[in-house]
Design a protein around this ligand. Structure first.
Ligand SMILES: Cc1ncc(COP(=O)(O)O)c(C=O)c1O
Length: 399
């Protein structure tokens, strides 16, 4: 079978809820992938930042293989000998007292929202059913009904009503708007430190620390969704560290699974996490021993290879090189670390540019029509980035 055969199968038997770039990936290693015909590409999406450690990192693969010989799934009806080690590693790495493991990112968000509502009822004494949570316009927190109930993007929410109530949406980047939206039933503010899916929207300096101050002053929780920005992607372990704006709850996912399996979690301190008691929340697969082994190895790679430093340094270089491209269609280049985007003028269709990038050995995907995100695995070397940049700038200059 060739690439076209695989695409035909996908289209014939799959729901059409994605519009992929027409490339089939059958092998991957580090920051490169190959199609069935043997063509080589740089991966500049990293599975939406889930492959920060690079494809098939040998340390993570070895941990997975070793665990496959022992035990993979126990459910939480019993203890296993890996979960505690994983939770400790995650707490040590993030600087929180407790962690609650789930699988996909949206489940981590759901867990954070449930924690905040319960905390509001049980610690703050808000009448159950009255809790509200402030979120930001342009957010992306996943695809469940709760997550799309927060969304301001019609593609995400249209015709999925009725929506989950209890959310108040304010403009992203405007801390005073968030402050003004707080009422006596507000339990939390939830934002992404940088809005990834919205097109790598970086808020003004001081926004995250202002939110931290507002939440503290008003006795409400600050929740950061670091599912896309976390684990070194932006040049820090977590994007909030740029402003010392430590949230009360952090949602984590994607790169926590080291590109091998879906692993997500929230981290928080005792006072918040203790609102969960036996039977009040859970997941069949959350905390499974295979995920625990992979999660520990995924964090070890981030630590041992100093990937936040690589992301910071190469990110500065990437933006400088791409900003030097002269094109009447490009409006701006923005990002932090190795989470970057090229924003074209309004109504520009970036899909053909993504096809041109593919022809030049670069896989990237447009978001919102006129924006292309560039987010390679953080293990990319300087030489690989130079090679990729020559191709990227060549294509961008020609659009
Ligand atoms: C910030 C953010 N939150 C949540 C999610 C949802 O994660 P998942 O697709 O694993 O449910 C994503 C996915 O892109 C994301 O970028």
């Amino acid at each position: 079978m060739n690439s076209q055969d695989y695409i035909t199968l996908d289209n014939r038997y799959g729901a059409h809820n994605y519009h992929p770039i027409p490339v089939v990936i059958s092998k991957a290693r580090g920051c490169k992938v190959w199609d069935p015909e043997g063509r080589e590409y740089y991966d500049f999406l990293s599975a939406y930042s889930a492959v920060n450690q690079g494809h098939l990192h040998p340390h993570i693969v070895a941990a997975a293989k070793a665990q496959l010989e022992l035990v993979t799934l126990t459910s939480r009806a019993f203890h296993n000998d890996k979960m505690g080690l994983f939770l400790k590693k995650l707490c040590d790495y993030t600087g929180y007292e407790k962690a609650l493991p789930m699988n996909t990112g949206v489940e981590a968000v759901e867990t954070a929202l449930k924690a905040a509502r319960r905390w509001g009822a049980e610690i703050k004494g808000i009448e159950n059913g009255k809790q509200n949570i402030i979120c930001a316009a342009g957010n992306f927190h996943g695809r469940t009904l709760t997550a799309v109930s927060m969304s301001s993007d019609p593609e995400s929410y249209v015709n999925y009503g009725p929506y989950v109530p209890g959310f108040v949406r304010v403009p992203f980047g405007d801390a005073e708007a968030a402050r003004a939206a707080i009422d006596k039933n507000t339990v939390a503010i939830l934002v992404e430190p940088i809005q990834g899916e919205a097109g790598v929207v970086v808020p003004p300096d001081g926004y995250l620390s202002a939110l931290r101050k507002i939440c503290t002053e008003n006795g409400i929780l600050l929740i950061f969704d670091e599912i896309q920005t976390g684990f070194c992607r932006t040049g820090r372990r977590f994007a909030w560290q740029y402003e010392g704006a430590r949230p009360d709850i952090m949602c984590l996912g994607k790169a926590l699974g080291g590109g091998i399996m879906p692993i997500s979690a929230i981290v928080a301190d005792h006072e918040i996490m203790d609102v969960f008691t036996p039977g009040t929340h859970g997941s069949t697969f959350g905390g499974n021993p295979l995920a625990d082994a992979v999660g520990v190895a995924a964090i070890e790679v981030l630590e041992q290879e100093h990937l936040e430093e690589n992301a910071y340094r190469l990110g500065e270089h990437f933006r400088k090189a791409v900003r030097a491209v002269s094109s009447p269609k490009i409006r701006l280049v923005r990002g932090k670390g190795l989470l970057n985007a090229v924003v074209f003028e309004e109504n520009f269709d970036a899909y053909p540019a993504c096809l041109a990038l593919k022809e030049n050995g670069i896989l990237a995907k447009q978001t919102h029509g006129n924006i292309i995100r560039f987010a390679p695995p953080l293990v990319i070397t300087e030489d690989e980035l130079e090679d990729a940049l020559a191709r990227i700038t060549g294509v961008l200059a020609s659009v």
